[in-house]
Unconditional design. Structure first.
Length: 311
């Protein structure tokens, strides 16, 4: 199990207990790897203090690198033949674990949980996610299942495939879809968060969505070319019309407002797409710097079964 946690001191112990009990019930060898994503609270201490019977290991990152990086760190260090990622805030129901595993036994390499109801979320968030998935699917390059998150089971083959991707802009939803393999979605309803609040504000979500779009689609760039052609053609036709009007009929060309409006319009469009270009350049810049996705400050291996007293 890979569990990313950022400032989850209030939730993590309860989550780990629930997860450990559910794992024990599965009757397979298991352990849990918590990735402490640079928490400013007592998350790491809480994790270090859990009973050895829960088989919890800890990977403490040197600062907050974000959930995508935390998951990457967890997947890089997970040992299992099967890896399941679950949030540290207890919102992912462990009751789904047997079903995830059952489908893996049937031959699926990746079984992901799909959010059933987004009713609890604001209309703004729902609209945002609808627009995002619509945009992503319209690019047609990869098929990202709507409302599927990081709660998923992966076969070792999938984990190795994910690890082999060298990119630093780790937009996990896209990366999972990109690697492919036999995948299946299972519906689930997320539980309520008990302590603290979501780290993903509207702004952060919007930024994540934009990273997703620019990492997995060149649609915005294509749009620039398309709009360029669409604007240039009528402009050319209009120029021709004015030329004929002036030379044949000798009429004055009136209207500096037209000039002002069109200059403003075209420079606006140009600036907008220079900005889009800049966003892609920024992605290239991030990749070229080739900095690691995360840094590890401390690593505690999960206790081996049999070592230490049971709870
Ligand atoms: N998380 C993380 N690093 C971050 C932000 C969040 O590891 O920078 C973890 C967090 O502790 C939780 C999971 O990612 O286990 C999902 O975060 P959250 O509950 O804030 O988001 P939501 O449930 O609203 O998607
Ligand atoms: Mg949450």
């Amino acid at each position: 199990m890979v569990v990313p946690a950022y400032n989850e001191a209030g939730n993590i112990r309860g989550t780990l207990q629930t997860v450990a009990e559910a794992c024990e019930a599965l009757g397979l060898p298991w352990d849990i790897l918590v990735v402490d994503d640079g928490s400013a609270d007592a998350t790491a201490a809480e994790v270090a203090a859990v009973p050895p019977a829960w088989r919890v290991g800890l990977l403490r990152l040197s600062r907050n690198f974000g959930k995508e990086a935390a998951l990457t760190a967890g997947l890089d260090h997970a040992q299992g033949e099967v890896v399941v990622c679950m949030d540290g805030d207890g919102q992912h129901p462990v009751s789904l674990l047997p079903a995830l595993l059952a489908h893996w036994r049937e031959g699926y390499d990746m079984v992901y949980a799909v959010r059933e109801d987004r009713d609890r979320e604001s209309a703004f968030k729902r609209l945002g996610s609808r627009i995002f998935y619509g945009l992503m699917s319209s690019t047609g390059q990869i098929d990202i299942p709507a409302n599927a998150g990081d709660f998923r089971l992966m076969d070792r083959r999938v984990v190795e495939a994910l690890r082999a991707l060298p990119e630093r802009q780790r937009f996990m939803k896209g990366i999972y879809a990109w690697v492919g393999f036999r995948s299946l979605g299972l519906p689930y309803t997320p539980l309520a968060r008990e302590h603290g609040q979501s780290s993903f504000s509207r702004r952060k979500l919007a930024r994540l969505a934009w990273t997703g779009i620019t990492s997995f689609s060149v649609l915005p760039l294509r749009l620039a070319s398309l709009l360029g052609v669409m604007l240039a053609l009528p402009a050319f036709a209009y120029g021709l019309y004015e030329l004929i009007e002036k030379t044949i009929y000798g009429s004055d060309v009136p209207g500096w407002p037209t000039v002002v409006v069109s200059i403003m319009f075209f420079s606006g469009v140009q600036l907008l797409f220079i900005g889009v270009l800049g966003e892609y350049l920024a992605r290239v810049y991030e990749e070229v710097k080739a900095r690691p996705t995360y840094l590890i400050a401390e690593r505690l291996a999960p206790p081996q079964p049999g070592a230490g007293p049971a709870e």
